[in-house]
Design a protein around this ligand. Structure first.
Ligand SMILES: [Zn+2]
Length: 318
């Protein structure tokens, strides 16, 4: 590259259209997935203070919201469920008439164009809030993956287009692949034991009753281990690997993108959304600009698709 004054990088920054012509990263509604939370009842919309996109909705309200998202151009939603009752093994997760299964059937009928992804885990359904069944104080891996596979099958039977195991048990992708040879599996391959899940746990009512999830989720300090997780999940039959959270793990997204040729997704978690919303409420940041900058950063790092609470807003902003 010849030096200044021959080279002047400001030449291409002069106008909006010049900048657009050379822009390296573009956000599109094709690249985002909106998380939705289904809860029992009718006419229920229970938001978390200051976080409008994170609300529990009864199935009728969920259908209304999904319809609005679809007509705004959002293509995919990721479903979570808050059941009527919880028990020690989380049996509500695979109940054919469970909350996610009912939501799936309603959405399949009312919003046929929408792609329906489901989170596959037990933590919203266990009375102790851990992601699997317990053996003493630890989550029993091999017993849990059987129950996760059963849960994934019940989601597909109810209309799910793809399943997304988020539990971080070893071998869960293989267990699901064995019973669902045709279903896309979006694996939360590198899911970290993060401080940024706070608002989600409130809305998903999935805070562990004791201890934490560091015995199965990843240590925030590790990136080589994330590559091993991805390699194992792909070996077991995952179609997509996901990194969660996103913004504090951009280096992980980049490293995974460079190592593997499969689709790489990232989950911009509730704490990332809450952080910006709080700064906006306090007058320190402007919402569309700050939110779009975080989404652009995640995409620039290498995520092809982003699960984000801003998916609905993005439809308005673009
Ligand atoms: Zn879980």
């Amino acid at each position: 590259m010849s030096a200044f004054p021959t080279t002047r990088l400001r030449r291409l920054r002069r106008t909006d259209s010049l900048r657009a012509l050379v822009r390296e990263t573009a956000l599109s509604l094709d690249d985002v997935v909106m998380p939705l939370f289904a809860c029992p009842g009718e006419g229920v919309v229970r938001p978390v203070e200051g976080l409008p996109a994170i609300a529990q909705r009864s199935v009728d309200e969920l259908v209304r919201e999904a319809g609005a998202l679809a007509s705004a151009g959002v293509r995919a939603v990721l479903l979570f469920g808050i059941p009527e009752e919880k028990d020690d093994e989380g049996s509500g997760a695979w109940d054919a008439d469970g909350i996610v299964q009912r939501a799936l059937r309603a959405l399949r009928a009312e919003a046929p164009g929408l792609t329906l992804l489901t989170d596959v885990c037990l933590c919203e359904y266990t009375d102790h809030g851990h992601c699997g069944v317990l053996e003493g104080d630890t989550v029993a891996n091999d017993e849990t993956i059987e129950l996760l596979a059963r849960t994934a099958v019940s989601h597909v039977d109810a209309g799910a287009d793809a399943v997304c195991p988020s539990d971080m048990m070893d071998g869960r992708v293989g267990a699901i692949r064995e019973v669902l040879p045709e279903t896309p599996i979006v694996s939360y391959a590198a899911k970290y034991a993060s401080a940024f899940y706070g608002p989600f746990r409130e809305v998903a009512e999935s805070t562990p009753a004791f201890g934490d999830r560091r015995g199965y989720q990843m240590d925030p300090a590790n990136v080589r281990e994330a590559l091993r997780e991805c390699a194992l999940d792909l070996d077991e039959g995952a179609d997509v690997v996901m990194v969660k959270p996103a913004l504090p793990y951009l280096d992980v997204i980049r490293t995974v993108r460079e190592r593997f040729d499969c689709p790489v997704w990232a989950y911009q978690v509730s704490g990332e959304y809450a952080m910006v919303r709080a700064a906006v409420a306090a007058g320190h940041l402007e919402e569309p600009r700050a939110a779009l900058e975080t989404l652009t950063a995640i995409k620039r790092a290498g995520a092809g698709t982003i699960v984000t609470y801003w998916a609905g807003d993005l439809a308005r902003w673009l």
